[in-house]
Design a protein around this ligand. Structure first.
Ligand code: SF4
Length: 466
């Protein structure tokens, strides 16, 4: 069977195993991006359908699945630590390791004591049948270098547990080959999910109570199913009955169709929010990174966004200290960042990723220089966050509440991706969508006066890139 489940018949097979699995516990851990989270949710649902009880990672379990990331050496190290922790916590558990890191280092991960199966990109969902079948005598390696470029379906609806928000995978892989990025090797070339299958899962997630959906993938703006593009996906999902709002995850600047921005302007459901990776504001660095735009082209994308979504949230990724980055080039990045209406930055200090073209670029910068430049941008990001939080004052914003803390306070996010916490415990058991008025900025909190209760605005955002 290939990496994505090809037929609804597979679901029947999963259900058929339910009686054998009663009383068994499964735990999951995801390292990396939103797309990994979406895929773990699918795996979790396969085990739920088979009758497993889902337990938190780090507690004893019969099966543990770890969905890995390979984007930096640091994330790989975190994956290995997570695997060892799983084996320590549940020495008898059947441990499966899947995803991007497996795709680039299958044998290494299979050699970690306690790992029963490793499955690369093309086979990640196959761990279910292996971990619920007979136990092998030695570790199983499911891995092929060739990754399909065909349209795909995932006829399982992700299990996002209790959260109001759910991720929907619409696309996988990337053909852009930026020189610092290992993802095209780990996830293969671009491919899209069948349009009808996206709508099927989206409808099912809405039926399960999710009020916000996030469209996710590696390079979502390149979606193409042979007839329909990403705009068609956004439009169709945004029109589904029962959906409160739709968000687009990180999207490459050159792939944002004007129609998507126009829809953001016109649709009350599509969030006025973009995460638009910049990486550098210097044309020289952008060229060495093999990015597909110049700084002035990027500026025009943002200006168009600001025109159609003037109060929208705008985040970006910046890579600091790319090989050969001069002080002048870094200065160009800082100048561009200051000039555009960003609401936050994700700052990535460059670290050499073996297997990428940047490995051969030479001219590595001293760590101290990279750290100093990164710190400068983090401080800039903090100022952007504060500026944006202050700008919320007096605004009426829509909040989709997601969870309650121990004191019973609800927390959620505005369309612009500002985190909001109600100052007082909410009355009802469920309070998924509400319009609130933002108040004065006061350090980290802003008093707000929603219609009928008070709340705090927290000037903090958490968002992963790809
Ligand atoms: S940075 Fe993004 S666009 Fe560039 S190769 Fe990696 S996944 Fe593709």
């Amino acid at each position: 069977m290939s990496g994505d489940l090809k037929s609804g018949l597979d679901r029947l097979a999963i259900r058929g195993q339910r009686s054998d699995m009663a009383g068994k516990r499964a735990a999951f851990q995801t390292i990396g991006c939103r797309l990994n989270q979406a895929e773990t949710a699918v795996l979790r649902e396969m085990f739920v359908e088979a009758g497993y009880e889902i337990v938190p990672f780090g507690t004893p379990a019969d099966v543990v699945v770890i969905n890995t990331c390979t984007v930096t050496l640091e994330s790989e190290s975190k994956c290995r630590q997570t695997i060892r922790k799983a084996v320590r916590t549940s020495p008898e558990a059947r441990v499966g390791v899947v995803g991007c890191y497996v795709q680039v280092a299958p044998e290494l991960l299979a050699s970690i004591p306690g790992v029963e199966i490793v499955a690369g990109t093309e086979h990640k969902f196959d761990v279910f049948s292996h971990l619920t079948g007979p136990r092998p005598e030695r570790p199983t390696v499911l891995h092929t270098r060739r990754i399909s470029r065909e349209l795909f379906s995932i006829p399982v609806t992700g299990d996002f547990q209790d959260v109001t928000r759910a991720n929907v995978k619409v696309q996988d892989g990337c053909g852009f080959v930026c020189s610092f990025c290992i993802i095209p090797r780990a996830r293969g070339g671009p491919r899209s999910r069948r349009f009808e299958d996206i709508l099927r899962e989206s409808r099912a997630l809405i039926e399960h109570g999710h009020r916000e959906l996030v469209l996710t993938g590696v390079n979502i703006g390149t979606y193409w199913d042979g007839e329909r593009d990403f705009l068609a996906v956004v439009r169709a999902v945004s029109e589904l009955d029962g959906l409160a709002r739709l968000r687009i995850s990180s999207i490459e600047p050159t792939t944002v169709a004007d129609g998507v921005l126009e829809l953001m302007h016109a649709s009350p459901r599509l969030c006025r929010y973009l995460h638009l990776p910049l990486q550098s504001g210097s044309d020289g660095v952008l060229q060495r990174m093999r990015r597909k735009y110049t700084a002035s082209e990027y500026r025009r994308f943002v200006e168009r966004f600001a025109e159609l979504a003037p109060e929208g949230g705008l985040g970006t990724d910046v890579m600091v200290g790319f090989p050969g980055e001069t002080a002048k080039e870094h200065g160009e990045t800082v100048a561009l960042l200051k000039d555009l209406p960003f609401t936050y930055l994700h700052v990535f200090p460059f670290s050499l990723r073996p297997g990428t073209a940047a490995e051969r670029a030479g001219d590595l910068l001293p760590k101290a220089v990279i750290q100093e430049r990164s710190q400068e941008l983090r401080e800039l990001s903090a100022r952007f966050r504060e500026r944006f939080a202050k700008a919320q004052r007096g605004m009426v914003r829509r909040v989709v509440w997601e969870s309650r803390d121990e004191g019973g306070r609800w927390q959620g996010w505005t369309d612009e991706y500002v985190r909001v916490v109600r100052a007082t415990a909410a009355g009802g058991e469920s309070l998924p969508v509400e319009r609130v008025r933002m108040g004065d900025y006061n350090g980290r909190l802003v008093e707000v006066s929603p219609f009928g209760a008070s709340a705090d605005l927290v000037s903090e955002r958490k968002e992963s890139g790809h």
